[in-house]
Design a protein around this ligand. Structure first.
Ligand code: AMP
Ligand code: MG
Length: 494
């Protein structure tokens, strides 16, 4: 989904510049949208993790992972020639409350490359929008963001990408003393709902229009032909958001901080913080230990995304100029979410055809999974194998209440019998991941990386890059979380 239309072939000329063909992109919007400033260097940088796939998307030289200029550039110590670094300003609602001006407090955009992708360094020093923050990101959270961005991409879920993480021995104070790191993020755009809210709240209608026109021009060109291009933009953003949320809910992804400044105008997963893939299925699961009221609980995510869209609609109202049209632009959110979610669930169940009682089948299953606190990923993978080989015992073993499950299985197996069983299993095995980024797996990779051992991170990255392909010898990565996993506390601290 992020694949650019034009992707320069990788070359390996020794003197080839790291990144070439910068385009003006976001910087062309002008100074009302950002502050230009360079990243603040970090001492003694070292590589933590790299993604060859994202390097290829950017058209980087094939040896970039070995190049000193790349290490320095992606730590923010030396700019690639032609980069025009800036921090953008946005505002937003945090936990349902208007927070006023926020902005890139620790992220700096280097610019947009020839491939139409923006490159942003996260954790590279203070900006005018840092407020009380230190402008830094720690190794722990940077590894989490790196691994999850690439894991989501491999699952086919729209997301910002991560090119690399570099680390530095520079101490950074969080709950504990940690060390600094920088994640290089890549996306067609990092514009958030909060960018729109920013100019709307200040009554800067000219800039609001300029922003909307830029987003339409660059990312939603088909809106230009609509009777009301701004209402059409809102409708398309709403639909992309609905599809994104359907993917999150189907795969069991909990974002954790769905503030309006963490909502991408392109419908990408953005700003990985206290996220979690569900282990034991719990619809009300709260993954962010700082979210005391559970505003961003797993089952509230689709509703929160809609609430965030209402904030975007309100911000765009001066452009749309008609409340009814703005409201109508959001009308498709719910039906699209339900359709997309049900389509994902049918694929997870191996059902190729929609049937009237599909929702009842899914509701019944979710109730059983919740009652039994059944591991979400393991359930789906075992069900896939059960459909393949006809042995449902490993699925039944996951449930204490066998009678409830057996009644559900009876109904399900009747449906499966109507279809080609092998085809159903094939579909399930490429829909239900074997490997997801469980908290404890990330934690093990982080603990090793803190000691200078990046092999665990690389193994995990490789498994998550092909999440549907079972790798002999790596069964532990697809297994239940160990007891200690429940004590991992994931807060906003990053
Ligand atoms: P988040 O909740 O991580 O999306 O961050 C909310 C706002 O706080 C954004 O404007 C961030 O740029 C900013 N922010 C978060 N952490 C830091 C930090 N360590 N230094 C400066 N700004 C930060
Ligand atoms: Mg954020």
């Amino acid at each position: 989904m992020l694949a650019p239309e034009v992707c320069p072939p990788p070359t390996n000329a020794p003197d080839q510049p790291l990144l070439t063909g910068w385009q003006s992109g976001f910087a062309a919007l002008g100074p009302a949208f950002y502050t230009e400033l360079p990243p603040t260097p970090l001492p003694a940088p070292y590589w933590v993790g790299t993604s060859a796939e994202v390097g290829a998307l950017l058209g980087l030289p094939i040896d970039w992972q070995q190049r000193g200029d790349a290490l320095q550039a992606f730590t923010g110590n030396a700019l690639p020639p032609g980069a025009r670094p800036l921090a953008s300003v946005y505002s937003g609602h945090q936990f349902g409350v208007w927070a006023g001006q926020l902005g890139d407090g620790r992220a700096i955009l280097l610019g947009e490359t020839a491939a139409g992708l923006e490159v942003q360094l996260k954790g590279c020093g203070r900006t005018p929008y840092s407020r009380m923050g230190d402008g830094r990101a720690v190794l722990r959270s940077s590894i989490r963001e790196f691994l999850c961005s690439e894991a989501m991409a491999a699952l086919g879920i729209p997301t910002t990408r991560a090119l690399c993480v570099t680390g530095s021995p520079q101490p950074v104070q969080r709950e504990e003393l940690e060390t600094a790191a920088v994640v290089t993020r890549v996306a067609p755009s990092f514009i958030r709902f909060g960018h729109f809210e920013h100019f709307a709240a200040r009554g800067q209608e000219a800039e609001l229009r300029q922003l909307a026109d830029y987003v339409i021009e660059r990312h939603y060109p088909e809106c230009r032909n609509a009777a009301n291009p701004y209402a059409e933009l809102l409708r398309q953003v709403s639909e992309r958001t609905a599809r994104l949320l359907a993917q999150w809910q189907a795969v069991g992804f909990c974002h954790g901080v769905m503030n309006t400044d963490n909502m991408s105008i392109l419908g990408l997963t953005i700003d990985y913080g206290p996220f979690q893939f569900l282990a034991a299925f719990d619809p009300g699961h709260i993954c962010n230990h700082s979210d005391h009221l559970g505003r961003y609980a797993f089952n509230r995510q689709p509703g929160v995304a809609y609430w965030n869209l209402l904030c975007l609609a309100k911000a765009m109202l001066p452009l749309i100029q008609d409340v009814e049209q703005a409201q109508a632009a959001l009308d498709s959110y719910e039906p699209i979410f339900v359709d997309a979610f049900m389509a994902r669930l049918r694929a997870k169940l191996g059902l190729r055809q929609a049937r009237a009682d599909d929702e009842q089948l899914v509701d019944g299953l979710q109730r059983l999974l919740a009652e039994g606190a059944v591991d979400y990923a393991i359930f789906w993978r075992r069900l896939s194998h059960a459909v393949q080989d006809g042995n449902f015992e490993p699925v039944r073993d996951l449930f204490a209440d066998r009678s409830g499950l057996d009644a559900w299985l009876l109904q399900y197996q009747e449906l499966i019998a109507l279809d080609d069983r092998a085809q159903a299993a094939d579909l399930m095995l490429i829909t239900n991941p074997c490997y997801v980024l469980r908290n404890h797996l990330a934690e093990e990779a982080i603990r090793a990386a803190k000691l200078g051992d990046f092999s665990k991170l690389q193994t995990l990255q490789a498994l998550l890059a092909e999440p549907f392909a079972e790798q002999p010898g790596f069964e532990a990565y697809a297994d239940f979380p160990p007891d200690w996993a429940s004590h991992i506390s994931i807060s906003c601290s990053s």
